[in-house]
Structures are given as structure tokens and as C-alpha cells.
Design a protein around this ligand. Structure first.
Ligand SMILES: Nc1ncnc2c1ncn2[C@@H]1O[C@H](COP(=O)(O)OP(=O)(O)OP(=O)(O)O)[C@@H](O)[C@H]1O
Ligand SMILES: [Mg+2]
Length: 135
């Protein structure tokens, strides 16, 4: 079922949905959940089977938008999932990798050295990569 039909997408609409068009046009965008333990960061980002969180709603809309965009454009979508806690960065797709460093790449962009990036060709595959990630 389309996540939007299940309700609970008001946070996604208010914070994230409007960014998709900009991403497709080549702009950067960041949405992050911030707050104390138990505030609902994980719930908001991952959601449940019944009420998908921001990441799955984003993937769905992103791939829909890519499909609707003209054929002479090519997009690659990859996903990472990380936590910043006490200014330390942890890769939540590979929690045993310890704390990761922020580095500047040769083009002056900021990178997280060694973070897992999972390529995905559709929202379903992306969703499978994130399955069982609960931190
Ligand atoms: N909007 C919501 N509706 C129903 N339950 C919620 C909601 N937000 C959070 N919860 C529940 O509250 C509990 C704490 O939420 P969550 O695990 O998302 O917090 P967190 O901010 O990720 O905490 P931590 O910093 O410890 O990882 C969970 O059991 C979650 O299912
Ligand atoms: Mg959490």
C-alpha cells in the first residue's frame, strides 16, 4: 500500500516532502531528527510497518519523481544511516565500525570517512536495506 494512504504523514509533509523537487534539480538537502533519548527520533525516521517513517516516504517520492523526470537525466540513489551523539558519529548500518571521522574531500565537500553507503534502485530495495535497523 502507498504509505500516504496509511495516514501519519503530516511530519513528512511539513519537513521533507517539499525538498524532493530541489534534490532532483541538483540541490543538497538534509533532514535530521534531533532530541533527547525517547523523544521519538527513531520512530519519526524509521516508523513502523503500519506508519512508515520519513526515510521510506522520501524514497517513495524520490523514485516517483525520478520516474517522472525526462529520460536524458540519470540519477543514482544511495543511503547511509548515522547517529551523532556527544559530537561522535556512528554508522548505524554498521554499528561495530566504531566512531567515524568528518573529513573534507578534494572538492571541499564534507564527508564521513568510511560510512556505509547502500545503493538502491527502488524504494522497496532501499527499505530492505534499512530493515531491522532500530537504533
Ligand atoms: N509519534 C509516536 N507515536 C507513538 N509512539 C511513539 C511516537 N514517537 C515515539 N514513540 C515511541 O516512544 C519510544 C521512544 O521513541 P524512539 O525510540 O523513537 O526515541 P529516540 O529519540 O530514537 O531515542 P534514543 O535517543 O534513545 O534513540 C518508542 O517506543 C517509540 O515507539
Ligand atoms: Mg533512537
Amino acid at each position: 500500500m502507498d504509505p500516504k494512504e496509511r495516514g501519519g504523514d503530516d511530519v513528512y509533509r511539513a519537513t521533507t516532502k517539499g525538498l524532493i523537487e530541489g534534490i532532483i534539480s541538483g540541490y543538497n538537502a538534509t533532514v535530521f531528527a534531533y532530541g533527547p533519548t525517547g523523544a521519538g527520533k527513531t520512530y519519526t525516521m524509521l516508523g513502523t510497518d503500519y506508519e512508515p517513517g520519513i526515510y521510506l516516504r522520501t524514497l517513495n517520492d524520490l523514485f516517483k519523481c525520478i520516474e517522472e523526470t525526462s529520460d536524458d537525466m540519470e540519477y543514482t540513489v544511495s543511503m547511509s544511516y548515522l547517529e551523532i551523539y556527544n559530537e561522535m558519529i556512528r554508522d548505524l548500518l554498521n554499528p561495530s565500525s566504531g566512531f567515524l571521522d568528518l573529513r573534507e574531500d578534494s572538492k571541499g565537500g564534507i564527508q564521513i570517512a568510511g560510512i556505509t553507503e547502500v545503493s538502491t534502485i527502488n524504494a522497496k530495495e532501499g527499505s530492505n536495506s534499512m530493515a531491522f535497523k532500530t537504533m
